[in-house]
Ligand binder design. Structure first.
Ligand SMILES: C[S@@+](CC[C@H](N)C(=O)[O-])C[C@H]1O[C@@H](n2cnc3c(N)ncnc32)[C@H](O)[C@@H]1O
Length: 274
């Protein structure tokens, strides 16, 4: 996590705080949406690119090049953008207006035909509204940890299930305990402190304070929200209770990422699934 580039000296430089629109309720990630991808790339280095390429390879294995994909918790478009470039249509659901704004800005720089394949939807993943049918649902990079209750987890899985009436694959990751550890990173362009405190069994208070060097000068932001560590049993019970009937563990294709990767499938929507 530490590299050789000169250290940023935050106290000597003018800093402006990332601002949020006063009209919108603050959502996790809003304060740093504009810098989210840079911060993640600096934090995780090659592992971040590896995570993206492994996920794209898995999608290639699961669905054809003209598939329609529902990306739950799509964020700034780490997956939606390359998936659209690969020919897929992507419905990108996220509750953070600012993360979706970054996704839209990035997609507007693409070929209009590619950009036209991305449909951003501002909604909760547990209640995305009528969506589909799609060929694959994606819910990756810790998104399930943002579900704090069993109802929320179950509704999210149910939304994934219902978006694929033909019983397509649901690719998700289930973060493991190492993801819920505090960390401090100091590199040439980034000073980042993330603390995680377990405030209730499984529920962690995530607090972040970061200073990032950008071409426009250093920026500083803080964010805090709660995350939940779900056990493998809880995830599998949630999937089965939402209608999925088979669960394939594909973690060996996603090494060193601190998460279990699963492909769940249903045999199609039935009214009997709870
Ligand atoms: C860690 S980011 C992952 C983004 C993206 N999936 C990726 O792989 O880069 C988590 C994203 O999930 C979104 N998110 C978290 N909980 C959500 C919810 N209940 N409904 C909609 N979006 C949610 C956040 O706004 C954020 O953009």
């Amino acid at each position: 996590m530490v590299n050789d580039t000169p250290r940023i000296e935050p106290r000597r430089l003018p800093i402006h705080l990332a601002r949020m629109s006063p009209q919108l309720p603050a959502m996790p990630h809003d304060p740093w949406a504009d810098h989210y991808e840079s911060v993640m790339a600096l934090t995780f280095g090659e592992l971040y690119e590896q995570m993206t390429s492994s996920t794209l390879a898995e999608v290639d294995r699961l669905v054809p090049a003209d598939a329609t994909i529902l990306d739950l918790g799509a964020g700034a478009g780490r997956m939606a953008l390359p998936l659209a470039r690969s020919g897929r249509r992507v419905i990108a659901v996220d509750r953070s207006e600012r993360m979706l704004a970054v996704l839209q800005r990035s997609s507007s720089a693409l070929d209009p035909e590619v950009a036209g394949r991305i449909e951003p939807v501002r909604a909760a993943i547990s209640e995305p509204g009528p969506i589909g049918p799609v060929d694959l649902v994606l819910c990756v990079f810790t998104v399930v940890a943002y579900c704090l209750t069993e109802n929320e987890l179950r509704s999210t899985f149910r939304a994934a299930f219902e978006a694929m009436p033909a019983g397509g694959p649901f690719l998700l990751d289930a973060p493991q305990p190492e993801i819920f550890e505090s960390m401090e990173i100091e590199s040439g362009d980034l000073i980042r402190t993330v603390s995680m405190d377990e405030v209730d069994p499984g529920i962690h208070e995530y607090r972040e304070h970061t200073v990032l060097r950008t071409p426009g000068g250093p920026i500083e932001y803080r964010d805090s929200f709660r995350l939940r560590l779900w056990s493998s049993d809880e995830i599998e019970r949630g999937l089965r209770g939402s209608g999925f009937t088979t669960i394939e563990d594909v973690t060996d294709r996603f090494p060193d990422l601190g998460a279990r990767y699963l492909v769940a499938r249903g045999s199609g929507v039935t009214s009997s699934a709870e």
